[in-house]
Design a protein around this ligand. Structure first.
Ligand SMILES: [Zn+2]
Length: 429
């Protein structure tokens, strides 16, 4: 459809197609990307009409003779610098703010850019995404502490539908408008999030695709915690972008892709890699294999030159598997036991007790089998959470594992647990 949904004003909850509009203040409690750290913000003139401010995320400014259009607004922390840098490049009034999705590193600066009469437009499911973030505020505050080094805060959810929504207009599948001699065509292209949109400006041959492309394998199964990101959504959405035949693709966390050929090969490879991992996982499911077997079997073939610096293939396989199959592995013990620790505690006792298991963890560390050693240390800690030997070997292992880890997310979680064990160990001394 091409008719936007005018938001009727503040309401308690999204009611069908008419969702809430509760002003511009954002009580954003989670971050979808590294936050808060001071970074240098650069202003870049991409073309005569497209400017961007960039640090870990990007704000885009499309300049027209009739005023400006902002696409995405970075985090609340970075937004003031982005605003300053881009206002220095063009101070014309901001008539539209177009949001590719509801992650904090895209909506954090709306309150700075929004002027009297500025339309703020997003896909209809943006509203539920904002509520979901607010609903799980407590969960995300410790997840973000682990993954993004966000300072711990005592954050509480304000309720199921309590998020403040900055948009003034919502659309379903697409929305097109003319402004300043350009066409702005917003399309629902789910992938990174269920509300994700692409902004296409045909006159400039430019597509703004938000987080549906990274210079890494995508974060299909976010360790931070997220509902399954459906792999085939990415595939379909990238197909939609490729069909536009763009000459310029702007993304939030990587440099622009420039030129039809580069775009076709880079986005095409990305799309094919996602489809490959999806299809291989589905094959494993259909063959009745358990999730760990499929995780071990599915590898990205050599022909894909895609790093795993942010998303990871193995845990994407797990995400796709559970996204389709749910949590239950079919085992009665899983169904009937209150926790897998039940068997671990019994086995630790059978092995001669915690000290014996810690000694085994130390020996395995010596031998270089770090992951098995970590599992043994965790088994010992399942019986005695404050065992100094088990904590010490865990700290040592996580230090080594963290040093060798190239994936940002995995490194963050390893570092977080190292700090937790270190703290607990210090409390014993
Ligand atoms: Zn982002």
């Amino acid at each position: 459809m091409n008719t936007p949904i005018r938001q009727p004003g503040p309401a308690a909850r999204p009611a069908g197609r008419y969702a809430i509009c509760a002003g511009i203040a954002l009580a954003l409690l989670i971050s979808a990307a590294p936050s808060a750290m001071a970074r240098t913000v650069k202003g870049v003139k991409v073309t005569d009409q497209i400017f961007m401010a960039t640090d870990m995320s990007r704000t885009f400014l499309v300049v027209t003779p009739d005023g400006n259009v902002v696409i995405d607004t970075t985090t609340r922390d970075s937004a003031p610098r982005h605003y300053e840098v881009l206002r220095g490049m063009s101070s014309a009034p901001v008539k539209y703010i177009l949001l590719t999705h509801a992650h904090e590193d895209h909506v954090g600066g709306v309150h700075l850019w929004k002027e009297e009469g500025t339309e703020v437009i997003a896909q209809r499911r943006f509203v539920e995404y904002m509520h979901y973030r607010e609903r799980l505020a407590g969960f995300f505050q410790y997840r973000n502490e682990a993954q993004f080094l966000a300072p711990p805060r005592d954050v509480k959810s304000k309720g199921n539908f309590a998020a403040e929504i900055p948009t003034t207009m919502l659309f379903d599948s697409e929305y097109k408008f003319e402004f300043g001699g350009l066409t702005f065509h917003m399309m629902h292209t789910p992938g990174e999030t269920w509300d994700h949109s692409t902004v296409w400006i045909p006159e400039l041959k430019a597509a703004f695709i938000g987080d549906n492309y990274y210079s890494s394998f995508p974060n299909i199964a976010a360790l931070r915690g997220a509902p399954p990101r459906f792999a085939l959504d990415y595939v379909n959405s990238i197909d939609i972008v490729l069909a536009l035949d763009p000459e310029l693709v702007m993304v939030a966390h990587a440099p622009p892709l420039v030129g039809k050929e580069e775009i076709r090969s880079t986005l095409g490879e990305y799309r094919d890699a996602i489809e490959y991992v999806h299809d291989a996982t589905v094959r494993g499911l259909n063959e009745g294999k358990d999730v760990f077997t499929v995780m071990n079997e599915v590898k990205l073939p050599e022909r894909f030159k895609i790093e795993e610096s942010y998303g990871g293939v193995a845990w994407s396989v797990r995400g796709i598997y559970h996204g389709y199959a749910g949590w239950f592995d079919g085992q009665p013990a899983t169904l009937l036991s209150e926790s897998p620790d039940v068997k671990i505690r019994e086995l630790v006792e059978l092995a001669g007790g915690v000290d014996e298991v810690v000694a085994r963890a130390e020996a395995l560390e010596e031998e270089g089998d770090l992951v098995l050693s970590l599992n043994m240390a965790d088994a010992a800690l399942a019986v005695d959470p404050n065992h100094p030997g088990a904590l010490a070997v865990r700290v040592s292992l996580l230090t080594t594992l963290g040093r060798g880890e190239k994936n940002f997310n995995a490194r963050s979680w390893i570092g977080y647990h190292k700090r937790l064990s270190q703290k607990r160990l210090e409390a014993q001394q």
